[in-house]
Design a protein around this ligand. Structure first.
Ligand code: NAD
Length: 400
């Protein structure tokens, strides 16, 4: 079939198999070109949320920068009839093919990472494929899930996150990405229940459940580390992010990080939250205000020649912060700060100067909405040079 993008609100309901492969291969090439990060330090890496965005980039850097075996978990839509699979399903296949061609173990488990059954499957797989096969235990757990819902594994309650401000209603500038118009949005404050639900979905409890289960099953190697990701940003996005429901969830991630570190101490391991830069991902596109901020940020960072995409940002995280013996760049709360370039004075002064000036008429001049749109389409495998988008492709790839 011929696959074209079909965009509904914040998501694209189609994904291009060949384009997703081009996306993964391009990231693999970047990492290969950047040179090896370490030899023999990271043997086995577990990536929760491995199929897209930051998790996928971590898996690619682990494998192709550090020579690690990787086990990934993600939740995908399988192809059916003339419906394509989710992009992550194609990304996982492309990644596994590339890693296996390199002689690296690479397996992906598809299903709900919030469920206890998935923890059991992962532990069984680690024991069978890695420990008993003499490859060793897990050295690094990357926690990179981003989801709007979580069914609690103990209570069965379905928690839905709400991306809202706290306390008072918020009247704030944003952008209608499809129409290319700068708009004013009015967001009602979250109720206490909505805030608690958002913490239940995007907070640290599930990360703790994972680390407890892995430690109890004795599948973590001595010195095992785990990292989860957060975003802080600046006063432009604080009202909707850091000072809103999502910020409460991210504070809970900090709490979980300390709790997990305490438990990993006996193994000589630790947990860290890493503050990453704003990028275009399926998760971040759904947050009001963020696309406008990202459009201005990208324009400024590109003009200053310091733009980082997902893979270069994650490569820097591994090369400068996760590599053994790195001098950690921590803040007062013990988080690894990778947002130093985004938050540099030269960048923020310029973004903040443009923020009150930007409107629909000068959006292309002050911001990079076309770059935002291109990155958004690339998540789903569209817009890669060298891919023939008029060619007939098999959405099932002969796999299902
Ligand atoms: P993403 O949407 O690109 O990827 C999310 C991943 O989680 C996918 O692999 C998806 O399959 C998986 N997933 C979601 N629900 C799942 C479930 N129930 N079971 C199994 N897998 C599931 O997200 P992203 O933007 O890369 O975000 C990852 C982390 O990075 C989040 O914690 C996010 O807050 C953080 N972060 C993102 C940004 C940004 O700008 N996007 C910036 C800083 C930090």
């Amino acid at each position: 079939m011929i696959v074209k993008p079909r965009i509904r609100g914040f998501i694209c309901t189609t994904a291009h198999p060949t384009g997703c492969k081009a996306s993964v291969d391009g990231q693999v090439d970047y990492v290969r070109g950047a040179g090896a990060i370490s030899a023999g330090e990271l043997n086995n890496v577990l990536v929760l949320g491995c199929s897209a965005g930051y998790g996928l980039a971590c898996r690619i850097v682990s494998a192709f920068g550090c020579g690690a075996n990787t086990l990934g978990v993600s939740f995908e839509k399988l192809p059916e009839g003339n419906r394509t699979a989710s992009a992550g399903w194609y990304n996982n296949i492309a990644f596994e093919d590339a890693a296996q061609a390199e002689g690296l173990y690479a397996k992906t488990l598809d299903g709900d990472a919030f469920a206890d059954e998935m923890r059991t499957r992962v532990i069984e797989t680690i024991n069978r494929d890695l420990v008993q096969a003499g490859k060793g235990k897990i050295d690094l757990v990357v926690y990179s899930l981003a989801s709007p819902v979580r069914q609690h594994p103990k209570t069965g309650t379905l928690h839905r996150s709400a991306i809202k401000p706290l306390g008072e209603a918020l009247d704030i500038k944003s952008v209608h990405v499809d129409r290319g118009e700068v708009i004013q949005v009015n967001l009602e404050p979250a109720t206490p229940e909505e805030t608690a639900d958002t913490v239940a979905v995007m907070g640290g409890e599930d990360w703790e459940f994972w680390m407890d289960a892995l430690q109890d099953a004795d599948v973590l190697a001595p010195g095992c580390r785990t990292v989860a990701f957060t975003y802080i940003g600046t006063e432009l996005t604080w009202p909707i992010y850091w000072e809103g429901t999502l910020g409460q969830a991210k504070l809970d991630l900090d709490r979980a990080s300390r709790a997990i570190s305490g438990k990993l101490a006996g193994l000589g391991g630790e947990a860290r939250v890493a503050v990453l830069k704003a990028i275009v991902s399926q998760a971040s596109s759904a947050i009001p205000v963020v696309p406008l901020y990202v459009a201005l940020l990208f324009k400024v960072m590109k003009e200053q020649g310091i733009h980082e995409d997902i893979i270069s940002h994650i490569h820097r995280l591994f090369a400068t912060q996760l590599k053994q013996g790195s001098e950690l760049r921590l803040d007062e709360d013990g988080r690894i700060r990778m947002d130093d370039v985004e938050l540099s004075e030269a960048v923020q002064q310029e973004v903040q100067r443009r923020w009150p000036l930007v409107d629909s008429s000068n959006l292309d001049e002050l911001g990079d909405l076309s770059g935002f749109r291109e990155d958004f389409l690339k998540i789903f495998g569209f817009g890669f040079a060298g891919v023939d988008y008029d060619a007939d492709v098999d959405p099932v790839m002969g796999r299902v």
